[in-house]
Design a protein. Structure first.
Ligand code: AHR
Length: 609
C-alpha cells in the first residue's frame, strides 16, 4: 500500500528538472532538425564531402563532368567548389548535376522553397542555370526556375521554387542544368522549405513540435562528443559557426561526417528561444576525444578567452564586443543562460588534466559572471564544483536495480546534472522495455529533485535511413518526410508535463519488485501527480491512502502508456503503436485501490485541498 501525506512536503522539485540534449550525431542537424534539403552543399572535402551526393545528369547529345576545384571558392572559408564542365549541350540538350538530398527531399503541395547558390562561369559559358525539383519516379518537375546569366566573378543567386498540386513525398531531387557549353563553378547550394516560426536558416517544424511536447526547460548545447571533436582542431569552434553561411568553413564531426555548421551557435540559441527554454552552454575545455589536451596554464588562456567570448555572445548586452556582434547578426536581446558546462566527459582524459583546466575556466568565468552556475563533467578531488554532470547509458534492469542511486547522496556536495542518460534497448529508437527502464529511473530523479537540478536524455534524434544512425537506441526517429516518438519519448512527455513543485512525504509497502513510483504536488493548484511504473508481466494492485488534506476531488485524470510486451515499439511505418491514452476516472475519497496493468507507465492526476 502507498501512503501519501500531502501536508508534509519533503523538498521542492527542481523547476528545470527535464530538458534536452542533442548534438550532431545520427544526422540530428544536417539531415534532421536543420531544414536544409541539399546534402553536401559546400563540397568542402575533409574525407566526407567532395562530390558525394551529387551526380551528373545529361540529356540528348550533351555531356558533363564534375570535379572538386580546390583553388576556387566564393570565400576564404569555402575555398573548394564543384567545377562542372559541359560539352555538346544546347538549350534542348541540357546537362548538369543533381543532388539526392538527405535520403530524398520532402516536397509538399503548394509550398514555396527558398534557395540560393554561389556560381561563376568561364569566358566560354554564356547563359543561366536552371533549377528544378524533380520527382524520382516520374522524372517530372514539381517546380522550376532560372537564374540570371552567370558572370566570370563569384556571385550569389537567390531563387524560389513553388510547388503546385502534388502528392506529398520524399522521392524527389534537385536538378541544376545548363544549355550551354563551358565550365562553371558552384558552391553553397541551399534549398529551404518553410521552417518553424518561419526562421530563415531554421528548423523542421515537426521535430520542434515534438520537442515542445516534452515540456523541456533547457537545452544542453552543442554536445556531447560533438563539443570536443576527435582532435583539437575539430572541436566545436563556435566562432566558425556564426555569421553568413559563406563564411562558415564547416567541420568534421566526431560521428564521422562533415557538419555543414548551418546550425551554428546563434541558430542553437534561437532554437532555445523558439522553445522558450534556457540554454545550458557547454564550452570547449581543452580536451578532445582522441586524447589530445591542453595543460592548464598559459597554453589554455586562448581557449578560456574563447569561452568568455562565447558567453558574452550569448548573454552580453549590446555594449559588449560579442553582444554587439550578436545584435549585428539580428539578435540584440541576450539569451537566457544560467548554467555553463566546462567540457564533456573529462573522466576519459587519462592525463588527469581536468582539475587544472576546470579551475582555470572556473576562475575566469566566475570573475566575470558570478551569477553563472558552473558544471564539472566529472567529480573533482581538489575543489567543489557548483554542479557535476553524471551520465548513464544502461539496460532497463540496471536502472531498476539502481533507482535509489541518489537517495543517500550527500546534500552538502555539488548539485547533480544528469546530462545524458537512456535505457539502451531497441533500435533505431527505443522500445516499451526501455520506456519502463527510463520511467523507473525518472521516479528516482524526481524523488531526488532537490539534488538533481537538471536531467536530459540522449541522444534525442536519429535519422532512420540506412547509414543515418551512429548510435543505437534514440528517442525520436525520422526520415526526410516524417517523424515519430519512441515509447521512451512518450514517457518523457508524461513526466515533463506533470511535474509539480514539491515532493510530499510518502512510503510504500508490499509492492512488486518491478514496481516504481514517484509522487509530486503542485502547491499552487492542489494538483497531485502520482507516477507509477509497472515493469512486470503481472498487474500491480495498489491501495492508495492520502492524508493531510480536507478533500480529494472525485474526478481524476489517468494517463497511461502500455505495451503488450517489452519488445513492442513505434517505428517510421507504425508511429503510434504505443502512445499515452488519457481517460477520466472517479476517485472515492482519500483511500482507494488502483490496478496498474503489466508493462505500463501511468500518471494519475488528482486534485486535493
Ligand atoms: O550521446 C552519445 C555520446 O555519449 C555523447 O556524445 C557523449 O557525451 C557520450 O559518451
Amino acid at each position: 500500500s502507498l501512503q501519501i501525506a500531502l501536508d508534509k512536503p519533503v523538498h521542492a522539485v527542481s523547476q528545470t528538472l527535464y530538458g534536452l540534449m542533442t548534438e550532431e550525431i545520427n544526422f540530428s542537424y544536417d539531415g534532421g532538425l536543420y531544414a536544409e534539403l541539399v546534402r553536401n552543399r559546400t563540397f568542402q572535402d575533409h574525407g566526407f564531402g567532395g562530390v558525394a551526393h551529387w551526380n551528373i545528369e545529361h540529356y540528348g547529345s550533351s555531356r558533363a563532368s564534375m570535379e572538386i576545384d580546390q583553388a576556387e571558392g566564393p570565400s576564404a572559408a569555402l575555398s573548394h567548389s564543384l567545377a562542372l564542365t559541359i560539352t555538346q549541350a544546347d538549350p534542348a540538350n541540357r546537362a548538369g548535376v543533381r543532388n539526392e538530398g538527405y535520403w530524398g527531399m520532402a516536397l509538399r503541395p503548394n509550398t514555396t522553397y527558398k534557395g540560393s547558390l554561389y556560381a561563376k562561369a568561364d569566358s566560354t559559358f554564356a547563359g543561366s542555370l536552371n533549377l528544378a525539383l524533380i520527382n524520382d519516379n516520374t522524372g517530372k518537375a514539381a517546380a522550376s526556375t532560372d537564374t540570371s546569366a552567370l558572370t566570370r566573378e563569384w556571385k550569389r543567386y537567390e531563387f524560389t521554387l513553388k510547388t503546385g498540386d502534388l502528392e506529398t513525398s520524399s522521392e524527389n531531387h534537385l536538378l541544376l542544368t545548363a544549355g550551354h557549353n563551358g565550365r562553371i563553378w558552384l558552391d553553397l547550394i541551399s534549398l529551404m522549405p518553410p521552417t518553424f516560426n518561419n526562421r530563415e536558416n531554421g528548423n523542421r517544424s515537426d521535430l520542434m513540435e515534438k520537442m515542445a511536447a516534452m515540456h523541456p526547460t533547457f537545452l544542453r548545447l552543442p554536445g556531447g562528443n560533438y563539443l570536443e571533436g576527435d582532435q583539437i582542431d575539430e572541436r566545436f569552434d563556435w566562432k566558425n559557426t556564426i555569421g553568413p553561411l559563406v563564411d562558415r568553413p564547416t567541420h568534421r564531426s566526431p560521428w564521422n561526417y562533415q557538419s555543414s555548421d548551418g546550425m551554428g551557435l546563434l541558430e542553437f540559441l534561437e532554437w532555445t528561444e523558439d522553445l522558450k527554454i534556457e540554454t545550458v552552454l557547454a564550452v570547449y575545455a581543452g580536451y578532445s576525444l582522441k586524447g589530445d589536451h591542453i595543460q592548464a596554464g598559459p597554453a589554455l588562456v586562448p581557449y578560456v578567452q574563447d569561452a568568455l567570448d562565447e558567453i558574452e555572445f550569448a548573454i552580453g548586452d549590446t555594449s559588449t564586443q560579442w553582444g554587439a556582434l550578436r545584435a549585428k547578426l539580428g539578435h540584440p536581446m541576450p539569451f537566457h543562460v544560467n548554467y555553463v558546462e566546462i567540457g564533456n566527459e573529462d573522466q576519459f582524459d587519462h592525463s588527469d588534466s581536468y582539475e587544472g583546466r576546470y579551475a582555470q575556466f572556473y576562475k575566469a568565468i566566475k570573475t566575470k559572471y558570478p551569477q553563472l552556475q558552473l558544471i564539472a563533467t566529472t567529480p573533482l578531488k581538489r575543489m567543489r564544483p557548483d554542479v557535476v554532470d553524471d551520465h548513464y547509458y544502461r539496460r532497463a534492469d540496471e536502472f531498476f536495480d539502481d533507482v535509489k542511486h541518489y537517495d543517500q547522496t550527500d546534500r552538502n556536495g555539488p548539485k547533480i546534472f544528469v546530462g545524458e542518460w537512456a535505457t539502451r534497448e531497441g533500435s533505431p529508437t527505443t522500445n516499451m522495455g526501455a520506456a519502463l527502464g527510463d520511467a523507473a529511473w525518472m521516479t528516482g530523479m524526481e524523488r531526488n529533485s532537490d539534488l538533481i537540478v537538471m536531467a536530459s536524455y540522449a541522444p534525442l534524434f536519429v535519422n532512420v535511413n540506412p547509414g543515418g544512425m551512429q548510435w543505437e537506441s534514440d528517442l525520436i526517429g525520422y526520415d526526410a518526410l516524417k517523424s515519430y516518438g519512441s515509447p521512451s519519448y512518450y514517457a518523457q512527455c508524461m513526466f515533463g508535463e506533470y511535474l509539480g513543485n514539491e515532493v510530499p512525504t510518502s512510503s510504500i509497502t508490499g509492492e512488486g519488485k518491478l514496481f516504481f513510483y514517484s509522487v509530486t504536488r503542485d502547491s499552487r493548484t492542489g494538483k497531485i501527480y502520482l507516477k507509477m511504473v509497472n515493469a512486470s508481466s503481472v498487474p500491480q494492485v495498489l491501495d492508495i491512502n492520502f492524508s493531510g488534506m480536507n478533500k480529494v476531488m472525485p474526478v481524476a485524470m489517468l494517463i497511461s502508456l502500455s505495451g503488450k510486451t517489452n519488445a513492442e515499439t513505434n517505428s517510421i511505418s507504425a508511429p503510434t503503436q504505443i502512445v499515452p491514452v488519457k481517460t477520466s476516472t472517479r476517485i472515492e475519497g482519500p483511500n482507494f485501490s488502483h490496478t496498474i496493468p503489466p508493462y505500463s507507465v501511468q500518471v494519475l492526476e488528482l486534485e486535493a485541498h
